[in-house]
Design a protein around this ligand. Structure first.
Ligand code: XCC
Ligand code: SF4
Length: 631
């Protein structure tokens, strides 16, 4: 790869989708494109956030002739309540995911299905939480650490433990503003309580609770999820893999793992390596077993095992449409219920595994930690048995794929920076080399590009355009979630992608030996980004709100994304959105989320649907931060 032309363009990706769409038509299957058409135009009240159904006197909708609901709630109250409920739902999803992982750690044992893979990280966390380690068995420590972690969800007193990891200035802001998060479940419950009929109607109070609930996710649930996942399955390291539908194999048993919680997919990945199963696959005429990922589960297993990524959110139906998927195994979140009827048009077995995501038409195999490995083996066998049912006349696997280098948690970033600091021993283990590059202007700053894709805009187009332009402007990008997978599909996680960068960034990539976009993981791993920004700010001697680093979610769609945006803003980092939050029916709310939060936490949203306009604002924002620091 030497030029922009070597990247996989959005047009190429769309051409693949169009061919798969033809297959969908030939088998009379419906896809999101069809359903999106039928849903357009969307309900205006919902879009504007001014429909309330929080009690059965309603639903009440705000119109020119009805400026208040029956109870008297106005557009501002209704939009703010809906917004807070969204944040509460997003927080519950991320945090419940973390809770599941903590239960797995709690039950981990030497002779069980789950083990402690990163003992050092466990010991560090034990120390941070004052859990005794001296002379104790690692599994006893793991058990106690899990107990302390689980208490973060429901403890009666005190705040989230991880907020102490933030800069001193940030902690003071949260304290002074009264938004230090308490127990995670409590913040979610308080949000639901505040928005119950007959409670808060003050948009600012509701927005403040949104920030607090968001922090309980980013500096609570999500951070717990990331830490404990690393302890159980290993802290990710740099690996080379591939991405896009071309990773499906025409003569192998293809199994797609999809969702978010890696406890299940880790087992599937491990079981697929067993010789007995590989031999069994061969006995059925396949060349082997090919496990690939979708959505955030893909990010998790790619970073820890190099498992290849079939694609992001809006590509989930495409995977089935190839006709080459023997089994789609899902855990939780971002799973289309549409996969069930779609799978019926093919031989694909659609397997759900969590009581949290029950989908009619799926094969439900409730996954239990005690029997996880045996269950995973059973599923793989079922997929192998299904290989012979593949109808070869229906198979079309697009050949498009790109190589990608993934797996840059903060530990790996530091390690790479250490590699270029040989002459300054005092810089070992710090972000100083990155800070120096920013100060010198070789790098202008960094942008975290995260989030989903969304039919409200041309899917993946905004991600792609924003990434290219920022790289050309010497902005280093860190990415997670489906945004990271667009980067994968495009070829931007390839080390050769440095050729699309500005001269400064290209030099940094060559020196540090990194791709210009660093893949930091799944959506829960945006907590890693918070620690990255905090580490940089601390080494710089300033607060997170001062450094030239911003967040950007060009195509977000999920409630989790709104929760994330709230903790990123609470951390003092501006968030650039390409999709408008559903509060447009309230001028006060639009003002609060773009300006009002600046008076509370020093950051807010900047919203623009046009990716090029959004880039312009990002660059201005970064230059303003630089000017503020006198660089
Ligand atoms: Fe889901 Fe995490 Fe969004 Fe992708 S990016 S569509 S939330 S898989 Ni988080
Ligand atoms: Fe209508 Fe008020 Fe009930 Fe909402 S809470 S549905 S605005 S009466």
């Amino acid at each position: 790869m030497k030029t922009l032309e070597d990247l996989t363009s959005i047009e190429q990706m769309e051409a693949d989708t169009a061919k798969l769409k033809e297959i969908a038509c030939s088998v009379c299957a419906e896809t999101w494109e069809d359903r999106n058409k039928k849903q357009t135009p969307h309900c205006k009240f919902g879009e504007d956030g001014i429909c309330c159904k929080n009690c059965s006197m309603g639903p009440c909708r705000i119109t020119p002739k009805a400026s208040r609901g029956i109870c008297g709630a106005d557009a501002h109250a209704i939009a703010a309540r809906n917004y807070l409920r969204t944040i509460a739902a997003g927080t519950s999803a991320h945090s419940d995911h973390a809770r599941e992982i903590l239960h797995i750690l709690h039950g981990a044992s030497r002779d069980g299905n789950y083990h402690v893979r990163d003992e050092q990280k466990l010991l560090r966390l034990a120390q941070e939480w004052e859990v005794a380690t001296e002379g104790r068995d690692i599994y006893d420590i793991a058990h106690d650490v899990a107990e302390v972690g689980l208490m973060e969800f429901g403890k009666i007193h005190g705040n989230q433990r991880f907020i102490k990891r933030a800069t001193a200035e940030r902690q003071k802001v949260w304290h002074d503003q009264g938004i230090e998060p308490r127990a995670i479940d409590r913040e979610i419950a308080t949000s639901l309580h505040m928005t119950h009929m007959g409670n808060s109607a003050d948009p600012e109070a509701l927005v403040r609770q949104g920030l607090r609930t968001g922090i309980s996710n980013g500096w609570g649930g999500s951070m717990l999820g990331t830490e404990i996942t690393d302890i159980l399955f290993g802290t990710p390291t740099v690996r080379t893999t591939e991405g896009n539908l071309g990773v499906l194999e025409k003569d192998m048993v293809n199994i797609v793992v999809h969702g978010h919680d890696p406890a299940f997919s880790e087992m599937v990945v491990t079981a697929a390596e067993i010789k007995e199963l590989v031999d069994y696959a061969k006995s059925k005429g396949a060349k082997g077993i090919n496990i690939v990922g979708l959505c955030c589960t893909a990010n998790e297993v790619a970073m820890r095992h190099g498992v290849r990524m079939a694609g992001n959110f809006l590509q989930q139906e495409n995977a089935v449409l190839t006709g080459a998927v023997e089994m789609m195994c899902v855990d939780v979140q971002c799973i289309f219920p549409a996969l069930a009827p779609l799978s019926e048009c093919f031989h694909t077995k659609f397997v759900t595994s969590s009581p949290i995501a029950r989908i009619p038409g799926s094969i439900y195999v409730e996954f239990k930690p005690e029997t996880a490995f045996e269950q995973a083996k059973g599923l793989i066998k079922m997929a192998i048995d299904n290989y012979q049912s593949r109808d070869r006349s229906k198979v079309f696997i697009p050949s498009t794929k790109q190589t990608a280098v993934v797996g840059y948690p903060t530990e790996q970033i530091i390690k790479h920076l250490d590699g270029v600091t040989n002459s300054h021993v005092d810089e070992i283990g710090s972000y100083r080399p990155a800070i120096d590059a920013i100060k010198a202007g070789v790098l202008r700053g960094a942008v975290a590009i995260v989030g989903c894709n969304n039919p409200r805009v041309r899917p993946d187009y905004s991600h792609f355009e924003i990434m290219k332009e920022l790289l050309q402007n010497d902005i280093l990008i860190v990415a997670t979630g489906c945004a990271a997978q667009l980067a994968t599909k495009a070829g931007l996680l390839n080390k050769d992608a440095k050729y699309v960068c500005g001269a400064g960034l290209r030099r940094v990539c060559e020196l540090v030996n990194i791709p210009p976009i660093l893949h930091m993981g799944a959506c829960v791993d945006i907590s890693r980004m918070m620690l990255l920004a905090t580490g940089i700010a601390k080494d710089w001697g300033v607060d997170t709100t001062q450094i030239p680093v911003v967040g950007c979610a060009p195509e977000w769609m999920s409630e989790k994304a709104v929760s994330i945006a709230n903790y990123v803003v609470s951390t003092g980092i501006d968030v650039y959105l390409g999709i408008e939050p559903q509060v447009r029916g309230s001028t006060q709310m639009m003002d609060l989320i773009t300006q009002g939060t600046r008076n509370i936490v020093g950051a807010g949203y900047i919203i623009n649907k046009d990716p090029h306009e959004l880039v312009k604002s990002i660059l201005e924002g970064i230059e303003a931060k630089r000017a503020g620091l006198g660089i």
